[in-house]
Write a protein that binds this ligand. Structure first.
Ligand code: HSE
Length: 328
């Protein structure tokens, strides 16, 4: 166990969930943007909360651990730590110690690039490090999903898994949890975040609960094609498979200029892309940085023309996931 009062600094990457056709099962981490967090173990008086959240950004997110995504993830971890007699414990009694967590959100909440996942995943990876890395990455995903439940009402892992594992991940099953890490060829990612807010819970509530068999056939062809394309480094197959006939037609109405933006990005050379997670951000994948920047220009031009404030990122796939970057 890292000694009490030793601070660690954590970097937690943004993530793009769904990868267009893989609703709730596919996702990847990106190098920019990312959240910064600091954590330490502190001794606490009996009766004092096990988790103290300190926000050092201006988003005014809840600091009550049960209402905060990082807090909810940590509570799940402490509960299992306390209940599981097979774990070799370095902390005997969680009633006398706790976690202090400082969160600096550089990923805007509600932007659709895994802001809540970054906080939940960052917190559990940090806590695990402080406790001597006793839990597996799969365990950490399970704990962090409790943060997603607080954020969106549903335990989904398609942001959490790539945030913790890095790279591209497939959630083959959620109960029981099975995460498959996927290789990918070099890909450049362009993300545009129009400054409107789409709550994940709202973007989920408008989805139809039943799909037509003909749509399901198209969708699983695309998912299989995308996974095969990633594994074979087949850029054209990746591009053709970035098609969603189930979720995007419903959700895209929430995002101004979506169809026009997608078309102009593809004309600029993007392989393809779509809504990042539940939106409003949109992502595009490109083969080269030059194309990714041309795609960014298209995004700027379209949203500037609509007088819609927005910000963009040109980045690459983050292969490391959450990292402990400093001890101080
Ligand atoms: N798969 C989730 C959704 C991701 O699309 O609702 C939310 O970020």
């Amino acid at each position: 166990m890292v000694p009490s009062n030793q601070w660690i600094k954590i970097k937690a990457p943004a993530t793009v969930a769904n990868m267009v056709c893989g609703f709730d099962i596919l996702g990847f981490a990106v190098n920019d943007p990312y959240d910064e967090m600091e954590m330490r173990i502190v001794k606490r008086a009996v009766g004092q909360a096990a988790i103290t959240i300190i926000n050092i950004d201006d988003y005014n997110l809840p600091t009550d651990p049960e209402l905060n995504v990082a807090g909810a993830a940590l509570l799940a971890m402490i509960e299992e730590y306390t209940a599981n007699s097979t774990i070799e414990k370095t902390v005997v009694d969680f009633s006398t110690i706790g976690f202090e967590v400082k969160i600096n959100k550089l990923i805007k909440p509600g932007s659709g690039v895994g802001s809540s996942a970054a906080s939940s995943a960052g917190a559990v990876v940090g806590a695990n490090y402080l406790l001597g890395n006793i839990f597996s990455k799969d365990d950490l995903v399970r704990f962090a999903m409790n943060g997603e439940k607080v954020a969106s009402g549903v335990k989904h892992a398609d942001n959490i898994a790539p945030c913790i594992f890095g790279g591209v991940t497939l959630v083959r099953s959620i109960f029981p949890l099975e995460i498959v890490t996927l290789p990918s060829p070099e890909l450049f990612v362009t993300i545009v975040h129009p400054q409107i807010e789409v709550r994940t819970a709202d973007a989920r509530s408008i989805l139809r609960q039943k799909v037509l068999l003909k749509d399901a056939i198209k969708q699983w062809g695309n998912i299989a094609g995308l996974v095969a394309g990633l594994m074979k480094s087949d850029y054209d197959l990746i591009g053709r498979s970035l098609e969603d006939v189930i979720i995007e037609p419903v959700r895209s109405i929430l995002i101004p200029g979506f169809d026009a933006l997608k078309l102009s990005c593809k004309q600029a050379g993007a392989l393809g892309g779509g809504i990042s997670g539940s939106g409003p951000s949109i992502f595009m994948l490109s083969k080269t940085e030059e194309i990714a920047k041309a795609v960014e220009k298209e995004m700027h031009e379209l949203y500037a023309g609509m007088n819609l404030p927005h910000n963009t990122y040109v980045t690459t796939i983050n292969q490391k996931g959450v990292e402990i970057v400093d001890l101080f």
